[in-house]
Design a binder for this molecule. Structure first.
Ligand SMILES: CC(C)(COP(=O)(O)OP(=O)(O)OC[C@H]1O[C@@H](n2cnc3c(N)ncnc32)[C@H](O)[C@@H]1OP(=O)(O)O)[C@@H](O)C(=O)NCCC(=O)NCCS
Length: 443
């Protein structure tokens, strides 16, 4: 009978090892340590830069099948959640594992809204940022600073503390994000309005002027809520990995969310939708698309918003956002950049370069044009992503804290530097520029 094991023969020693295959296709890398040439040998280890084939955890939060374009939170298809749910309900699902009944939903909504205010001192340090500070940089700083307001958050082993800080973070993120935007516009900060929905209150804190009560446009409010749902979690991406890795030192969740937000700031992650808009503006018009595609194929340009480490088919979120963009345009007028996006996609989906590499539109390809039509400046795009992803980061973090197999994250390395050498007096050292390898290795 076939066994769920892997047999390895070490040709250096002729010894055979049998390694269990778990979960239908997983081997524990630590087992390789038993494969040694002698008792004092370190043993084998796996080398996997960027974790392309290494699972760092067992997770129940999000399921992705990148080949067929499936995304599910806690088992629920993203398409159903985007159509039927709202962000706060999805945040509950992601964090707690089940959809709430009406009693639990009401309590959760009330609990989140209780925490939308921030300490008045937050205004003071917001003021310290330069007039043109990037709102994402401000967000990283202010989320981290919140840890100093809630020293009790360090008790991460305590379930009630984790629950409280989760509600606080989900509640306060829109306030910090909106205030970062208002600062960059030189506008007074707007306090939360808890009579509005999660997305509606955020729009109020961003765009309220002199009116007594801000009334969000219902189509745009729902569109933003759907965009939040689509961004709530995406399993072990760069920022979730940052959240888990930093959180594994048992630092408080504000510091870990600040680290995850910093990871999201990068152009290869949450900054990609801004890069998409810049690319579309650079292409300029539909007639320039073929030339631009040539440059991409020659390796001179990247097609931003295309390609994904996991999706090797159409990103299911991009499909939903492409439709949503037109609902938004009905209210706001068409963003002319959409014509360039559609032409890029049309040509790319027929072109061998993209087809053979399985490069399809990812979530960022259509979010930028949608956000721009809704009135968000490009610098706010990753901020919107961070608000939504906070629930996912906290779900990943809580799972990590409770998992008895997890320890402080600490990858191994393959050391390829100098062997032992001894200090010499400065006047006896060789000219460093003579050593080309040393120069090319330095930053
Ligand atoms: C997302 C991304 C970082 C994934 O990278 P990855 O999994 O490491 O994929 P690779 O870089 O190994 O790409 C495989 C091949 O496709 C090419 N490729 C990947 N993304 C490409 C893109 N956006 N435009 C053009 N070529 C691309 C690579 O050059 C490589 O080609 P090669 O085999 O000839 O060297 C990458 O696709 C990318 O930079 N996309 C643009 C940025 C973006 O939209 N990010 C948001 C992600 S949600």
């Amino acid at each position: 009978m076939a066994k769920d094991t892997l047999s390895i023969i070490d040709n250096r020693t002729g010894k055979e090892y049998e390694i269990p295959i778990e979960e239908g296709g997983v081997i524990r890398a630590a087992r390789l340590r038993n494969i040694k040439t002698s008792p004092d040998d370190f043993g084998l280890m796996s080398y996997d830069p960027a974790f392309v084939n290494t699972a760092s955890c067992r997770s129940k939060v999000t399921f992705i099948d990148g080949d067929t374009g499936i995304l599910r939170y806690r088992g629920y298809p993203i398409e159903e959640l985007a159509e039927k749910s709202n962000y706060l309900e999805v945040a509950y699902l992601v964090v707690k594992g089940e959809l709430p009944d009406s009693k639990h939903y009401a309590a959760w909504e009330q609990n989140i809204k209780t925490h939308t205010m921030v300490h008045e001192n937050v205004k003071t340090f917001m003021e310290g940022f330069r007039y043109d500070a990037h709102p994402m940089g401000m967000l990283v700083g202010t989320i981290g600073a919140l840890s100093t307001f809630y020293p009790g958050a360090a008790q991460i082993e305590d379930l009630e503390t984790r629950r409280l800080e989760t509600r606080r973070l989900i509640g306060k993120l829109p306030t910090l994000a909106a205030w970062a935007y208002r600062h960059s516009r030189g506008l007074p900060y707007v306090y939360p309005d808890n009579d509005l929905s999660y997305a509606g209150n955020f729009l109020s804190m961003l765009f309220k002027m002199t009116e007594q009560t801000y009334q969000p446009n219902l189509v745009l409010e729902r569109a933003l809520d759907i965009l939040f749902i689509l961004h709530a979690d995406h399993e072990q991406n760069c920022s979730a990995n940052a959240m888990r890795s930093v959180g594994s030192s048992h630092v408080d969740p504000y510091s870990a969310v600040a680290a995850a937000t910093a990871a999201l700031y990068g152009p290869l992650h949450g900054g990609a939708n801004e890069a998409v808009i810049r690319m579309l503006m650079d292409v300029g018009s539909v007639k320039n698309v073929p030339d631009f595609i040539k440059k991409v194929k020659a390796g001179e340009r990247l097609m931003m918003g295309f390609g994904h480490r996991i999706y090797k088919s159409y990103d299911p979120r991009a499909k939903i956002i492409k439709r949503l963009a037109y609902e938004v345009f009905e209210e706001t007028g068409k963003n002319p950049l959409i014509d360039i996006s559609l032409e890029l996609e049309r040509i790319a989906l027929e072109d061998d370069y993209f087809v053979t590499r399985k490069l399809y539109p990812n979530v960022d390809f259509y979010t930028g044009v949608t956000y721009q039509a809704m009135g968000f400046p490009m610098t706010m795009f990753p901020v919107l992503f961070a608000i939504a992803r906070t629930s996912g980061w906290l779900a990943q973090w809580a799972e990590m804290v409770r998992d008895p197999e997890q320890k402080i994250a600490r990858p191994r390395q393959v050391y390829v530097g100098e062997q032992l050498r001894h200090w010499t007096a400065i006047e006896k050292r060789p000219e460093p520029l003579m050593r080309e390898d040393a120069v090319s290795d330095s930053i």
